[in-house]
Design a protein around this ligand. Structure first.
Ligand code: AMP
Length: 143
């Protein structure tokens, strides 16, 4: 199973925010869209970073409510790990586990074409396991 297969199922929408938006705006967007991370774009429209709910919690813990008026750029992770459509879901799971993050944007031809969360990966793995079990059951019954 490849990243491409997950994107076909879940769609390619990526919720983004500008690097100069406030942390308050970012929190509202995360809550309203019921997601865990936002892809952050810079002035040139390119990928500037990623902001996850963990970054919001850390900002509030470090700076209390004053953090809410500060820009997303002050709290996002700049060195974003991305993947490609042809990467395997197993590889992606390894990247998420080793780096301890739960979101990976998908990049093709220098453009973000989707985002995969750990929830998407787990859902895919469960579906695969159920399918394998069914196939085995059918094979045993047929014998
Ligand atoms: P998460 O587990 O995705 O909520 O994120 C945990 C931490 O990793 C946060 O500080 C994020 O900014 C950062 N992070 C999330 N996704 C990525 C990614 N694909 N590349 C680099 N850092 C990330």
């Amino acid at each position: 199973m490849q990243v491409l297969h997950i994107l076909r199922e879940k769609g390619r929408e990526v919720v983004t925010i500008a690097a100069d938006a406030t942390l308050s705006e970012a929190s509202r967007l995360l809550a309203r869209r019921r997601i865990g991370a936002l892809v952050v774009y810079g002035e040139d429209g390119g990928l500037a970073g990623i902001l996850s709910e963990r970054d919001v919690v850390r900002a509030l813990s470090d700076e209390s409510v004053a953090a809410l008026a500060r820009p997303v750029s002050a709290f996002m992770t700049r060195d974003v790990q991305t993947c490609c459509e042809i990467d395997s879901v197993d590889e992606l799971m390894e990247v998420m586990t080793n780096n301890r993050f739960r979101h990976v944007p998908v990049v093709e031809d220098a453009r973000i074409v989707g985002i995969i969360s750990i929830g998407d990966v787990v859902k895919t793995r469960i579906e695969e396991t159920v399918r394998e079990a069914e196939t085995l059951r059918e094979y045993i019954v047929a014998r």
